[in-house]
Design a protein around this ligand. Structure first.
Ligand SMILES: Nc1nc2c(ncn2[C@@H]2O[C@H](COP(=O)(O)OP(=O)(O)O)[C@@H](O)[C@H]2O)c(=O)[nH]1
Ligand SMILES: [Mg+2]
Length: 360
């Protein structure tokens, strides 16, 4: 777990629209009390709440559930959830730092949260730290909350918690939620299913584009922005823009009936960043006007139920004593080639069904 960004200075610097939630305590508060602090906009409480929902300890699950239930009524309305994806180094964090400063500057009411998921961090070691420094200004702004989460090998695992973290941020009064994610398969699909707008931050170069098409990221994009259109790269960026536009023609029209816009920008100089946000706003206005915004969120909620059920089932299955006892021998048998994986899975399921019903 990363250290929560509950530095002393930010403990009580909270959403100005809301009252002070009180100072953090040494012992973990009851979930209801924690929820109250979160809903009061207490940033340190929000950090602790996210740590709780991210926890994989079985004992934390019911506390996390109670917390989420208590926060749920305060979440969701009037908020926008934007996914920002792209290869490591595309400039996502820099883009959010630049855009964040603009958004917070122009609207004194806006409260902005960034949830950064980074599956590569365990290998490369440094990108989470990189995100922290890249978004330094944002992270220290009193109306912003930045939370990097390394996935620590369980790809998609933290992404699952991200939906719950979004909910917690919204309950704490953050109205604009960004989810920064590296363009890798499953996590991408998960994040797509929990956000209103999916922005692909691309780079000039055929390699980047072909990879993005291959991974299915272009297909999911509501909007593409070719970043680093600066210092002599403006023309290359413009070419890439045109090529992305072509690539997008390969896919069926989105529900809105309009092709995703493709723009260029420079997160470093800020050029074009406001235009990218304007395009996001236009997309949102259109989907609200067409009734698609609510429809999509309802659809996402339905999907979430299934995902949650799947997860519980998996936990119950692999956490079951009989399954735990039976699994190693079956794994050996499969490894030796004495048994097919399918047959072993069948036996495992039978063993599970014979065992006492697991306590969920
Ligand atoms: N020239 C240029 N460099 C940029 C731009 N945006 C980001 N970078 C640089 O690209 C590197 C990766 O940026 P970062 O925001 O960490 O990328 P992320 O991995 O997508 O979050 C950093 O060295 C940034 O300074 C840009 O618009 N122009
Ligand atoms: Mg980053």
């Amino acid at each position: 777990m990363p250290a929560p960004d509950a530095d002393a200075a930010s403990r009580t610097s909270i959403n100005p629209r809301l009252s002070d939630g009180g100072s953090p305590r040494a012992t973990p508060p009851a979930p209801e009390a924690l929820a109250q602090q979160v809903r009061a906009g207490d940033r340190a409480a929000l950090s602790r709440a996210i740590t709780l929902v991210e926890s994989t300890r079985a004992g934390d699950r019911s506390r996390a559930q109670a917390l989420l239930e208590a926060c749920r009524p305060a979440a969701g309305t009037g908020t926008v959830r934007v996914a920002i994806t792209g290869v490591p180094g595309a400039g996502k964090s820099t883009f959010l730092e630049t855009l964040g400063a603009q958004l917070l500057g122009e609207d004194p009411e806006r409260c902005l949260a960034v949830l950064a998921i980074d599956p590569s961090s365990t290998r490369s070691g440094g990108s989470i730290l990189g995100d922290k420094t890249r978004m330094g200004e944002l992270a220290s702004h009193r109306r912003a909350f930045v939370r990097p989460s390394p996935t620590a090998g369980t790809l998609g695992g933290v992404a699952r918690r991200t939906r719950e973290s979004i909910l917690l941020c919204e309950a704490a009064g953050y109205d604009t939620i960004f989810v920064e994610t590296v363009g890798v398969g499953q996590a991408e699909v998960e994040v797509h299913a929990m956000t209103d707008v999916f922005l692909l931050l691309a780079l000039a170069g055929a390699g980047d584009r072909l990879q993005a098409v291959k991974r299915g990221v272009v297909e999911m994009a509501d909007l593409v922005a070719v970043n680093k259109a600066d210092s002599g790269r403006a023309e290359a960026a413009e070419n890439a823009r045109a090529e992305y536009e072509n690539a997008l023609r390969l896919f069926p029209l989105p529900e809105t009936g309009e092709r995703p816009p493709v723009l260029t920008c420079s997160a470093r100089t800020g050029a074009g960043v406001a235009e990218v946000w304007q395009a996001v706003q236009r997309l949102l206005e259109r989907s609200h006007a067409q009734g698609l915004f609510e429809k999509k969120r309802r659809r996402q909620a339905r999907r979430w139920l299934r995902r949650a059920a799947e997860e519980r089932l998996r936990d119950a299955f692999f956490g079951n004593e009989t399954v735990e006892d039976t699994l190693p021998d079956l794994e050996d048998a499969v490894e030796q080639g004495d048994l097919s994986a399918a047959a072993a899975a069948e036996r495992l399921l039978e063993a599970w069904q014979r065992a006492d019903a697991p306590d969920p």
